[in-house]
Design a protein around this ligand. Sequence first.
Ligand code: ATP
Ligand code: MG
Length: 274
Amino acid sequence: MIRLENVSYSYPDGKPALSDIHMGIRKGEYIGIIGRNGSGKSTLALHLNGLLKPGKGKVMVKGMDTRDISRLQEIRKIVGIVFQNPETQFIGRTVEEDLAFGPENLCLPPEEIRRRVERVLAEIGLENYRYHSPKTLSGGQGQCAALAGTLTMEPECLVFDEVTSMLDPDSGKLVLKHVKKLHEKGKTIIYITHNLEELHDADRIIVMDRGRIVLEGEPENVLSNPFLLDLGLTPPSLMDLAERLKKHGVMIPWEKTSSPSSFAEEICRLFLKT
Ligand SMILES: Nc1ncnc2c1ncn2[C@@H]1O[C@H](COP(=O)(O)OP(=O)(O)OP(=O)(O)O)[C@@H](O)[C@H]1O
Ligand SMILES: [Mg+2]
């Protein structure tokens, strides 16, 4: 659905932020992107719907080149981005108004706009906040409202750029739950994070460093790769524990490392034969 072919990009100061990126994203895929500060993750995200255009190479979204200005509106309908600071995305005076803004811009009929706003308010659980100013919402509610504002555009693909990094753990879990549900409903997900714990359910993880893709694969293989430490990344604590136990001959299957409870159950099963 999205293809990056030898994409390079430098900001006006001339420093390369992306170097020769080659990647494909399939419809319905759930991709995690990780990498230390300044590795190029956000720059890559901004390329996915044409907010930035490659200096070299090209980005194709469903066969449309992001450098083709006449296709940009269509590309942005297909790929929506949710950023770290929701405040930067709010335009409406109320949550409801904010959710209507995108579809209004697409000049959709009023009844279609209403249908979309109602559906998304219910889907994200924001009905009680519809008349609130988005600026007065808590961090977690605000991030849900920002996600809702993107969803009323009915994008096929959603890019999340560190959306939980400013949130408390519970709010972060709520946002991640919405992300996973959207994936189950068939949306293509690109999820950028510093928190590797969040990527257990991804189909594929891409690791970036200095504007390049340096590692790529299934979470099971990427998250246990010792190379992550060299890149300044901390593996999920349960994966780390499983790797340490492996050295002592205790094998914890990958699927049991998704939560402390499944991990503990497996330990009990192995040692207490319960
Ligand atoms: N607007 C900008 N102007 C100039 N240089 C920029 C700009 N935005 C990013 N850069 C530079 O481009 C490189 C890649 O930055 P980018 O923001 O894509 O990294 P990132 O992986 O998203 O980092 P972080 O984890 O901190 O969000 C860095 O060297 C950064 O300093
Ligand atoms: Mg970033």
